[in-house]
Design a protein around this ligand. Sequence first.
Ligand code: NI
Length: 263
Amino acid sequence: MKKIVCMLLAGVFLLPAAACARPVEPDLSAYHTSGEATIPMEILGELDEATVTDLTEEPKYVALTFDDGPRADTTTRLLDGLLERGAAATFFVIGEQVPGNAGLLRRMRAEGHQIGNHTYSHVRLLKTDKDTVVEEIHKTEVLLKELVGEGSFWLRPPYGLIGSERAKLIKTPMIYWSVDPQDWKLLNKDKVVSAVLEAVQPGDVILLHDFYSTSVDAALEIIDCLQAEGYDFVTVEELFRIQGVEAQAGVLYARPDKVREVS
Ligand code: NI
């Protein structure tokens, strides 16, 4: 018995440090006071402008977005993890996935997450006739309104694709992304976490899929790592509000400050 306890304890102490690998920056936390920079001149001289700004600015905001759900097991676990961490997210749901998962949609709304539209059957809008485009979006919107009430359900076109002609049919803003770790392809928590942490900047919109268990694990670790760096996780809508950008219907945004061309 003693041996087992010792082994367990050894296991606890031998655990690797949390995988929050980020480019190494000088530790200036002792000099950081909110609002005012109190960085000694000898250190200030060695820093570039971006670092100084970073040290003196308000909290950093980022938006996690999840496509292709809801899915009973993975989305439930994700919502539990978000709640535990006080993090908000945006869910671009597929209409077909909604029946049987109504409770998850209501929970998203009740817990302050944004719900968006990812079409009814995950069609490639670029190659679909215009009537079907409208129907695919409308059917999901009707379902969502029945479940969570009125609201503007922003669109994420499947695969991020929509031509300029079809974009004119869209009555809400459209959201692309600015960080894509290709979680659906990697299916590996550590690789997804690294890909996001290497790329992420304040104001980014991160693309993940709550359909995969590895992506849920990665999302929760990403939140832990970035919250430790002072990041706040907000919905896409909130990110626009914070940046003072009014999202326009029919426009595809990679982030609030970056429009993505549709051709
Ligand atoms: Ni999708």
